[in-house]
Design a protein around this ligand. Structure first.
Ligand code: FDA
Length: 390
């Protein structure tokens, strides 16, 4: 049996970074993964350019049953820290929008950087290891794979969440956590397109139409593009709001976020002979303007419509209610919300309070970031925090 100081399960963003950092502290680390190669999600991330962090990565931009949990790791290993590493490796980058940092070249550069860092610090990454059993006795964890058995006094769960199973994602982290008596907050797809049915299925005819909106669910609000799809709604504003949406609840869409209150009544004064449809067409994509005006059910000119009716239409356009009948599920979700309960972990070290030597990091944990580099930053920060304790 091969012995190490720490075994990390999962050669994704969090696992590789944790391995590199623990290696720098002199730990002998083994990373095991069942996939044929490491970092698959890194390679496809950010449209192939990896949105590797966000300059605004503060805990308010993460969802968790404990909103304060992420603070410790995020403030000790920051976006600036990771950016310094990226620059030290000569990777060219740019800020796209809203603090989102991307590679100029390819996401592969980030993966190669992590592998280089791990290798230089003496870490070993072994892929193609289907894990068949994990046991714990006398302060040692033993991991058995189809190709051997490995032991260490510390074990890090870094196998992510079940989003995009066709890329090798599994719910293994939760099974393992439960094996050790740790609670799991119910996992659900997040950053995921929403589906429309019933009377709203008509909107699917708008497939391909995009417009800037403010999407709301409860207290959460995001101003970004929304996109109609053949199944419902997508685009950054919808992906963001999907993380906050709960089955059975509506979402609100403000189709005209720049319009001042009273704009439709004002339009009646300036262009009395125009129709609502014509006015909407000047502000929104044609096909959307047509569907919305049909739904508003106002025929005739603005001059022939009462102010009260126009104000009502304006209010509907500012808070259009959609009642999604579901999401496109884990198959299409960029991340998984929920996961290993933060109540079980030290926010400083990511170690399980009840199982010394057992750690959980990255997406496996009930900390889920917004769209825009937040999830990778959590992978780096939580991986770094664990590495300081291994
Ligand atoms: P990650 O999923 O990276 O790694 C888990 C590893 O565990 C994988 O290598 C997997 O093979 C392995 N594993 C799983 N089950 C196993 C088992 N049973 N046995 C052994 N190994 C197992 N985020 C962001 O911040 N910016 C971005 O640009 C993007 N873009 C993006 C695009 C797409 C299409 C997706 C699906 C996701 C993103 N994300 C993102 C999210 C980001 O990829 C994600 O949050 C991190 O990769 C999470 O890092 P982890 O290391 O926790 O899990």
């Amino acid at each position: 049996m091969s012995e190490y100081d720490a075994i990390i399960l999962g050669a994704g963003a969090a696992g590789l970074f944790c391995a590199a950092e623990a290696g720098k502290r002199g730990r002998r680390v083994l990373v095991l993964d069942h996939a044929e190669g490491p970092g698959k999600k890194i390679l496809i991330s950010g449209g192939g350019r990896c949105n590797f962090t966000n300059l605004e990565a503060t805990p308010e931009r993460y969802l968790s049953a404990n909103p304060h949990f992420a603070l410790s790791a995020l403030s000790r290993y920051t976006a600036a820290d990771f950016l310094a590493l990226v620059e030290a490796h000569g990777i060219a980058w740019h800020e796209k929008t809203l603090g989102q940092l991307f590679c100029d070249g390819s996401a592969r550069e980030v993966l190669e950087m992590l592998l280089r860092e791990t290798e230089q610090s003496g870490g070993r990454v072994e892929c193609g290891h289907g894990i068949t059993a994990v046991s714990h006795a006398d302060g040692r964890f033993t991991v058995t794979t189809q190709r051997g058995a490995f032991a260490a006094p510390a074990l890090v769960i870094a196998t992510g969440g079940p989003s995009i199973p066709k890329m090798g994602a599994t719910a293994f982290a939760y099974d393992l956590a439960r094996q050790f008596g740790l609670k799991v907050v119910e996992p659900r797809p997040a950053l995921v397109p929403l589906t429309l049915g019933g009377g709203e299925a008509l909107f699917r005819d708008l497939s391909g139409v995009a417009t800037e909106v403010i999407a709301t669910a409860g207290k959460a609000a995001f101003r970004e593009a929304a996109l109609f799809t053949h199944r419902g709604l997508s685009g950054p504003a919808i992906l963001q709001i999907s993380s906050y949406w709960r089955h059975g609840e509506p979402i609100g869409i403000d189709f005209l976020p720049d319009s001042a209150a009273g704009w439709l009544v004002e339009a009646k004064r300036t262009q009395p002979q125009a129709t609502v449809r014509a006015v909407l067409r000047s502000a929104l994509p044609d096909r959307l303007a047509i569907v919305l005006s049909e739904r508003l059910g106002i025929d005739g000119t603005l001059a022939n419509t009462t102010d009260a009716r126009l104000r009502e239409a304006e209010a509907r356009l500012a808070q259009w209610r959609f009642h999604p009948n579901g999401t496109e599920g884990f198959a299409k979700a960029e991340v998984t919300a929920g996961g290993i309960s933060t109540a079980e972990l030290s926010s400083k070290t990511m170690e399980a309070k009840r199982v010394p030597g057992l750690y959980a990091i990255g997406e496996a944990v009930d900390v889920t970031g917004w769209l825009g580099g937040y999830n990778f930053q959590w992978a780096w920060s939580s991986g770094w925090a664990a590495a300081q304790s291994l």
